[in-house]
Each structure stands twice: as structure tokens, then as C-alpha cells.
Design a protein around this ligand. Structure first.
Ligand code: AMP
Ligand code: GLY
Length: 440
């Protein structure tokens, strides 16, 4: 079967590997020359993934039968709608269903309208004075632009604001400067706990869940510094996380199921991959946001463990016959991103990265991200460069494998968060959750 991957990051490299493992003939459409994807593809279209007519024309010209779409931007632009019109089984939500991610206002309103568990107190404002008075009422808050800012427009009390006045000033700035593309701001109650990601394949009715993952958004070790797209992530062999109870992940799955039911009720059934970002609070999981795609890096934790054929999953999504019975290897994983020096503030791009003596193995994978290959040499762009994934029976073993992978990668201008998955950082998260639960 001819299968297309759209997107040129490490997440898409991981999806592409599953497609090839399942016997698919791979085609790619991407904005950069991702060396990992290029090596596996029969052909690649190079261009902006958001120019959806061009992506469709490419797919039609190559007689593509199924498409997986990695990033949110082409989904938001309606790529799935036009691929389906062209008779291609596209795994992803329609533009209308993608609003779960693209409009935080739509998502929060849906949760209130259907009284979904996991909802939180929030308000959406286009008037700065009204926003300020709601901020006073809540006290501790998260302030977010309504539209997409790549996770970087969100600021929270404690980390970014020392007072409600500072929070109100940022809310005003979001409105006045239309940060995220709209002169509106979301004000939410501050959630306290540990974050986790639950990803699931969906066919409009059924949620087929994958193991839980914890990402690390902050640029520097010890979870300090600016928010990024994600510096690395880990998962545990049993699909839970070290600070989580079994019934808590079941609750998160139930919240996602109820969300899917609500979307169907709204007349825009959701199919594709749904990414639930949750805060595990003392009262259980609460939804921070939904993304309408795999997480990056989180895709790299779960996809190398997936034993169910991804093309069969894609077919079941297209036919509406998905079952919640995916098979995964019972392994822990640790993913560490290699990023350009300065990433999160101002990246050094165009730097050479050497990858020497690398071979993928049953316990290790290397996924290329936003790099360009020129004459066999690999150069950084301003985004994340590549990621290694170690696998093992425990997180500790997987972390040691990930560190061993890094030995093959060298450059003067790269940065890695070595603390991700180390026993000390896992312990810190367990203790933090115990403290949060102390107030139960
Ligand atoms: P988002 O773009 O919604 O994923 O937010 C980016 C980051 O901001 C999240 O990963 C959280 O760390 C933090 N965040 C967002 N909303 C909240 C909230 N209501 N309470 C606490 N932290 C939040
Ligand atoms: N890891 C965060 C994201 O994919 O949105």
C-alpha cells in the first residue's frame, strides 16, 4: 500500500518507521529534508505542509491510498477534509474536529456544555478589565492566548507572575497585541500536580489508548528555563507513570471517551490521534489541553513499542471499526532530544552535527527532526534536531541506553537535558506528587 507521511520532524520519522515496518510503501511531504524519512521513502515532496492543495495534488499524483499527518498546522488548515474528498484514507481529524486543539475556547466550552469530568474553572475575555476581575477572583491562574502559539504563549502564577496584577498585565498584552492571532485571552484556574500525556487512536466512537508518557517542556535541567516544544520524555513498562495510580489513568481514558462522545453529539466526530495533556491533581486528572495529533516527543516513546500493525489501525479508523485492544511491548522508554544550542531562546542554526557509528537496535532508536542533510552532512535549523530513545525493563535501564546512544552524536552547538529519566528526577516527581496528595 502507498502511504504518505506529512511532516518532517522526529515524530513523523517515528510514524514513518511504523508504516515501513507494517509493509507500507512510504511517501513523504515535508518542509525540510529529514534524512531519516528520506532514507525510507520511495519519493518525497518538499514544500510547506500548510499549502494543503499542493499536498493533496502530490498525494493524488503518487496514487497515495492512506495518509498520516504529523503536525497540527496542516490539520488545522483542513488537509484531512481535502484528502478524504480525493478518496485518500487520511488519519487525522477534519478541520472542524481539529478545533479541539486549535481553539482553547471551543475545547473549554465543549467540556462545560457536556459537563465532562476533568473540566476546570475558566473564562474567555476580549476585555482586559473583565479578565482582570476574573483573575482577582481565581487568585492563582494560567493565562493563554485563544489561538495557537506552539505552547509558548502560556504563562502561569508562580513561574511567571508574582501577583494577580502581573497576570492581568499579561492578559491585557495578549488582547492588545492579538497574541496567537486573536484579541482574546483564556484565564484558567492554576492546576497543581504532575503533568502527563495520554495518546489514543480514535475512529469517532472508540478510544484506543497508548501507554502514558511524561514530557519535559522546560529548556533546562531541573525543569527550569523557558517552555519549549518538549526536551524529552519517558514511559514505564506497565503503561502508567511512577507517580500515578491505575484508576487515575482509567479516569483519564474515560474523560477522553466522554470528549469523543461529545464531539459526535456536536456533529463533528473526532477521528485520528487524540493527545490528552493532563495535570494529575490531588482530585484526579484534569485536562490542560487536547492536541489533535501525536505528541512530539511522546510519539517516540509509544510508537517503537507498538505491535499492532499501524496500517490496520489506519484502516480501522477509516472504516469506524477501531477496537481498544492495541498491543505494546511491555518496556520502559526514555527519549532525549538533541537541540541546537540556545533552543528556547535563540537557537544556533546551521551548525554541523556528526552522527558516527550509529545503528538502530531492539533497545535503541534515533529519530531525525528539523535538520537538513546536505551532501551527507547534517545541519541544525532553529528547531529541535534529533532524538534518541532507549528501551529497557525499567526507566533506569532505558535512561542508561539513551545516554549510551548519545555517545554517537557530536557537535559544538547542541544541548541535551541529561536529567530526563534519571532516578533523581523521577524521585523528585514522585515526592512532588506525594506532597500534592498530602492535601487530599
Ligand atoms: P498548553 O499550551 O495549554 O499546553 O500549556 C503549556 C504549559 O503551561 C503546560 O504544559 C502546563 O505546564 C502549563 N499550563 C497550562 N495550563 C495550565 C493550568 N491551567 N494550570 C497549570 N499549568 C498550566
Ligand atoms: N510534547 C508536546 C506536544 O507535542 O505538544
Amino acid at each position: 500500500m502507498k502511504v504518505m507521511i506529512v511532516g518532517g520532524g522526529a515524530r513523523e520519522h517515528a510514524i514513518a518507521s511504523c508504516i515501513v515496518d507494517a509493509g507500507g510503501e512510504l511517501y513523504a511531504y515535508m518542509g525540510n529534508r529529514n534524512p531519516g524519512i528520506l532514507r525510507m521513502s520511495s519519493d518525497a515532496g518538499l514544500g510547506k505542509e500548510t499549502e494543503i492543495e499542493k499536498v493533496r495534488d502530490y498525494a493524488v499524483s503518487k496514487r497515495i491510498e492512506m495518509a498520516f499527518i504529523g503536525p497540527e498546522a496542516p490539520l488545522n488548515a483542513g488537509l484531512v477534509d481535502i484528502l478524504k474528498e480525493a478518496g485518500i484514507a487520511a488519519v487525522g481529524p477534519t478541520g472542524a474536529a481539529a478545533r479541539l486543539e486549535t481553539s482553547k475556547e471551543f475545547m473549554r466550552n465543549l467540556m462545560s456544555k457536556y459537563d465532562l469530568p476533568g473540566a476546570i474553572r475558566y473564562g474567555v475575555f476580549s476585555d482586559a478589565a473583565e479578565a482582570a476581575s476574573f483573575i482577582e477572583e481565581l487568585g492563582q491562574v494560567a493565562i493563554k492566548p485563544v489561538g495557537l502559539t506552539g505552547g509558548k504563549g502560556v504563562r502561569v502564577s508562580g513561574d511567571h507572575f508574582a501577583s494577580t496584577e502581573e497576570a492581568a498585565a499579561y492578559a491585557r498584552e495578549v488582547i492588545e497585541n492579538s497574541i496567537g492571532g486573536s484579541a482574546r485571552v483564556v484565564v484558567e484556574e492554576l492546576l497543581v500536580g504532575e503533568e502527563f500525556t495520554l495518546q489514543a487512536f480514535c475512529d469517532g466512537k472508540t478510544v484506543a489508548a497508548m501507554p502514558c508518557v511524561q514530557d519535559h517542556k522546560r529548556a533546562y535541567e531541573g525543569d527550569k528555563g523557558p517552555n519549549t516544544g518538549g526536551m524529552g520524555s519517558y514511559s514505564q513498562a506497565d503503561g502508567l507513570l511512577p507517580f500515578m495510580r491505575g484508576e487515575e489513568v482509567e479516569e483519564a481514558m474515560m474523560i477522553m471517551q466522554r470528549t469523543l462522545d461529545a464531539m459526535r453529539e456536536e456533529g463533528c466526530p473526532y477521528s485520528g490521534v487524540l493527545y490528552g495533556q493532563f495535570m494529575l491533581t490531588a482530585k484526579g486528572p484534569r485536562v490542560i489541553e487536547y492536541n489533535v495529533r501525536f505528541g512530539d516527543p511522546e510519539a517516540m516513546n509509544v510508537l517503537p513499542l507498538l505491535r499492532t500493525d499501524i496500517l490496520e489501525i489506519g484502516g480501522a479508523i477509516a472504516d469506524g471499526t477501531l477496537k481498544n485492544d492495541l498491543a505494546f511491548d511491555r518496556k520502559a522508554t526514555v527519549c532525549k532530544y538533541i537541540v541546537p544550542r540556545g533552543y528556547g531562546v535563540k537557537s544556533v542554526s546551521g551548525a554541523l552535527i556528526n552522527v558516527e557509528g550509529w545503528t538502530d537496535g531492539p533497545d535503541r532508536r534515533l529519530f531525525y527532526a528539523a535538520v537538513n542533510e546536505e551532501d551527507g552532512r547534517i545541519f541544525t535549523t532553529t528547531s529541535r534536531s534529533m532524538a534518541v530513545v532507549g528501551m529497557g525493563d525499567t526507566i533506569e535501564e532505558a535512561e542508561a541506553v539513551a545516554e549510551d546512544c548519545l555517545v554517537c552524536i557530536s557537535s559544538n552547538d547542541i544541548f541535551v537535558r541529561h536529567d530526563i529519566g534519571k532516578p533523581e528526577s523521577i524521585q523528585r516527581k514522585i515526592e512532588h506528587m506525594e506532597k500534592v496528595r498530602g492535601g487530599e
